[in-house]
Design a protein around this ligand. Structure first.
Ligand code: ADP
Length: 320
């Protein structure tokens, strides 16, 4: 990719894609050719379609040695303006700089006339979103184990001044060994220093922090990721995000008032409630920092030693 002159990075809301926009995306992102040859002569063979987001379509890609990757494919025709180009380059630059056991590994990046390809470590077991859809609710020991992995990855991000800004169950994937990997750095941002703030309203409705909804004057920082951890923990334990509603404006009103409750018919431990309440503090400064989360009593409870594939569809024995 030819780097373009960096301009002030801005992001747009990655909210639920209207149908029309999605159809347009599919039309733009034609299926990539069956063989993609990189500039330095490496051939990748396209495999099955893995999924699509607001921006990209993802396919399996196999190299000549038989290694399988996921290729996030962005149609050049969809990179219409400088802003979109800057965003894509920013995602690539940030993702490329990261290496952690619980972050989807960035392998390579190349292009042909039609597409830009971001080659990633393959996560063939989908994400926490599909797991929750199938399981309806997840046991506390399993969620604890997931949380330790997620917190570890975000600790790494925040220590490098990276805010993810789009943490959600659908962006946390399972690798072939069922370890969790955070992906999609499309809204990520690197702070120039720990005191600076971001002002662009972005995120996904159910996961968006109240200070982001406060408008451009308020500003936001690392605490938006902490809020999203609270949303994910609640969703996994209860079965749906705390501020869920059909109407997006209703979701936003609930978030701004932190209007949620713990349903009596879906009991969870007091230790879990304490942690969720702190993570979902209205004032970002009252939320624990990423380095404080694992000190909560909830983490003193039992853990499974590993996540097995059976967990994708069923509660493992002994955990219900
Ligand atoms: P966008 O930036 O457009 O939202 P995503 O990064 O969310 O794109 O990827 C779109 C979809 O592609 C995901 O929802 C998932 O189904 C699939 N996908 C993304 N990364 C991987 C991966 N590393 N392994 C397997 N599938 C992936």
């Amino acid at each position: 990719l030819t780097p373009i002159k960096a301009t002030k990075s801005t992001t747009q809301p990655s909210q639920s894609q209207p149908k029309k926009k999605k159809e347009k995306l599919s039309a733009l992102c034609k299926t990539p050719p069956s063989i993609v040859r990189t500039r330095n002569g490496r051939d990748y063979h396209r495999g099955t379609f893995l999924g699509e987001g607001g921006f990209a379509r993802c396919f399996q890609m196999k190299d000549s040695a038989g290694h399988i990757y996921a290729a996030k494919t962005v149609a050049k025709a969809s990179i219409k303006n400088e802003k979109t180009k800057t965003k894509l380059l920013s995602e690539i630059k940030i993702h490329k700089s990261l290496k952690h056991a619980n972050i989807v590994n960035f392998v390579d990046c190349f292009e042909d006339d039609i597409n830009v390809y971001i080659l990633l470590e393959i996560c063939p077991n989908q994400s926490l979103m599909e797991l929750l859809k199938t399981r309806k609710r997840v046991s506390e020991p399993e969620v604890r184990y997931f949380m330790v992995q997620i917190v570890g990855a975000i600790k790494y991000l925040h220590s490098r001044r990276v805010i993810h800004r789009d943490l959600k169950l659908g962006n946390i994937f399972f690798d072939p060994d069922m370890n969790l990997k955070i992906g999609d750095f499309g809204l990520a941002s690197v702070l120039p220093d720990n005191n600076s703030k971001k002002y662009t309203i972005c995120g996904t409705p159910n996961y968006i922090a109240p200070e982001v909804l406060g408008g451009k004057l308020v500003g936001h920082s690392y605490e938006v990721d902490i809020w999203a951890i609270g949303i994910m923990m609640y969703a996994l334990l209860i079965g749906k995000p705390p501020f869920q509603a059909k109407d997006v404006q209703v979701i936003y009103e609930r978030i701004k008032k932190t209007e949620y409750f713990f349903p009596a018919d879906k009991p969870i431990s007091e230790e879990a409630k304490t942690l969720i309440k702190d993570l979902l503090s209205l004032n970002p400064l009252n939320r624990p920092t990423i380095n404080e989360i694992l000190s909560y009593d909830w983490f003193k409870g039992p853990f499974p030693d590993k996540t097995h594939e059976i967990s994708l569809s069923d509660t493992p024995r002994g955990l219900n």
